[in-house]
Design a protein around this ligand. Structure first.
Ligand SMILES: NC(=O)c1ccc[n+]([C@@H]2O[C@H](COP(=O)([O-])OP(=O)(O)OC[C@H]3O[C@@H](n4cnc5c(N)ncnc54)[C@H](OP(=O)(O)O)[C@@H]3O)[C@@H](O)[C@H]2O)c1
Length: 333
C-alpha cells in the first residue's frame, strides 16, 4: 500500500486558527455522536464550515440518523448534502467484540466505509478514514507511517484492509489518519478516562495491562489536527496521536492524579494474565514526525491536555453538550 502523504495548501498551518477558515467547506461527519466525530462537528462549526453529523444508535438532537450499512440512506444523505469532504470516525470499535464477530468487524470497518467513500467520490467529495496502531504487531514500536504492518487482531486486520482498499479506490481523494488510545471529554462518556474516573470515584480498583504501550491521544486535539489537515488539502497517510508513549498503568495514573483520585486503585496486570478476547500489540504507539512537520505541537501532551479535559467539563458552554465523568456532577472535583 502507498504510504505517501502530501499537502496542497501548507499555508493553512501558519494561518491564525482562532478565527474562521479562509475556505468554507461542506462536510458530512459519519459518526458525529462518537468521541472524535463529536469534536469534528464542533470544530467544523467554529471554523465557519457547514456540516451535518450523523448518529447510529445514540441520538442527539443536532445530528441526523444514519446507518452506514444502508446504501440507499447513505446515497440520499450524500446527494442532498453534496459535501466537499466526508469524515468517517465511525465503525465497530470494540476490539474484543470484533474478534468474536468477524463478519460485523469487516462490514463496519471496511465494507461500509468503502461503500460510503465510493459514493462520496462519485459526487467529487474527499474522504477521511480513521485507522489505528493495531495495524502493527507491537514488536518494534513506535511506528512511522511507512513501517511494515502486521495486524494481530480481527479489528486491526479489518482496519488495515480498509486502508488498502480505500487507497486503491480513492487515490489522492483519501486522507487516512491513524490514531490510538483516544481520551478526553465526549458526549457519550464511554472512553477509557471516563471508565477510570467513574471506577476510582466509587473506590473501585481499575485493572489495566501493565505491558501494553501506546500513545495517549487527546480527542479534541485529534479532531482539530485532522480538520487542519483537511483544510490544508492533505492526502495520504498520517499519524495523529499524542507526543508521548507510555504503558496503560502510567496513563491511568496520570488521569487519576489529574482528577485528584486515588492512583493506588490502578492495578497493573500483564496481558497474559488478563486474557483479553483479542491479541494486542504490546510495544505499539505511533511516531508523528509528519504531523509535526505540518503543525508543531498540535497534539498536546498529557500534562497540557488533562487540565484542558477538566476545564472543558467545567465550561458552562460545553457542560450540557458533554457527558459528566461522574454521576455526582462533572467530576472535576
Ligand atoms: N478511540 C480510540 O482509541 C481509537 C483508536 C484508534 C482508532 N480509532 C478509530 O477512530 C474512529 C473514531 O473512534 P471513536 O473512539 O471516536 O469512536 P466511537 O466513539 O466509538 O464512535 C463510533 C461512531 O460510529 C458510529 N457508528 C457505529 N455504527 C455505525 C453505523 N452502522 N452507521 C453509522 N455510524 C455508526 C457511532 O454511532 P452511535 O454511537 O450513535 O451508534 C459513533 O458515532 C473509529 O474508526 C476508530 O476505529 C479510535
Amino acid at each position: 500500500m502507498s504510504t505517501q502523504f502530501s499537502v496542497a495548501r501548507p499555508a493553512v498551518f501558519s494561518a491564525d486558527w482562532s478565527g474562521k477558515a479562509d475556505v468554507r467547506l461542506r462536510a458530512v461527519v459519519i459518526g458525529g455522536s462518537g468521541q472524535i466525530g463529536g469534536w469534528l462537528t464542533r470544530y467544523l462549526a467554529e471554523r465557519g464550515h457547514q456540516s451535518v453529523g450523523t448518529y447510529s444508535s445514540q441520538s442527539f438532537a443536532d445530528l441526523v440518523a444514519l446507518d452506514a450499512g444502508d446504501p440507499e440512506a447513505v446515497s440520499a444523505l450524500l446527494r442532498a448534502e453534496r459535501p466537499d469532504v466526508v469524515f468517517y470516525p465511525a465503525g465497530f470499535t470494540w476490539v474484543d467484540g470484533c474478534e468474536r464477530d468477524k463478519a460485523r468487524a469487516y462490514a463496519a470497518n471496511l465494507e461500509q466505509p468503502l461503500h460510503v467513500a465510493r459514493t462520496a467520490a462519485d459526487l467529487g467529495s474527499r474522504f477521511v478514514y480513521f485507522s489505528t496502531d493495531y495495524v502493527f504487531d507491537g514488536v518494534e514500536g513506535r511506528y512511522a507511517e511507512d513501517a511494515p504492518t502486521n495486524p494481530l487482531s480481527v479489528y486491526g486486520k479489518a482496519k488495515y484492509d480498509a486502508e488498502v482498499a480505500l487507497a486503491e479506490a480513492l487515490g489522492d481523494r483519501l486522507l487516512t489518519a491513524r490514531t490510538c488510545w483516544v481520551y478526553g471529554p465526549e458526549r457519550q462518556g464511554k472512553n477509557f478516562a471516563y471508565q477510570l474516573v467513574r471506577a476510582l470515584d466509587q473506590g473501585k480498583p481499575m485493572i489495566c495491562p501493565s505491558d501494553q504501550v501506546s500513545s495517549p491521544s487527546y480527542g479534541p486535539d485529534v479532531a482539530r489536527a485532522v480538520l487542519m489537515l483537511v483544510e490544508a488539502e492533505a492526502s495520504g497517510l498520517v499519524h495523529v496521536v499524542g507526543p508521548e508513549i507510555m504503558d496503560r498503568v502510567q496513563f491511568a495514573r496520570a488521569v487519576a492524579r489529574a482528577f485528584h483520585l486515588d492512583e493506588s486503585l490502578v492495578v497493573g496486570k500483564s496481558t497474559s494474565e488478563l486474557g483479553q478476547g483479542a491479541p494486542r500489540p504490546l510495544n505499539a504507539g505511533l511516531l508523528i514526525d509528519r504531523l509535526e512537520a505540518c503543525k508543531p505541537g498540535v497534539m498536546r501532551s498529557l500534562d497540557a491536555a488533562l487540565p484542558d479535559f477538566r476545564a472543558k467539563l467545567d465550561d458552562p458552554e460545553l457542560r450540557s453538550w458533554l457527558a459528566p465523568v461522574t454521576t455526582t456532577g462533572t467530576g472535576s472535583n
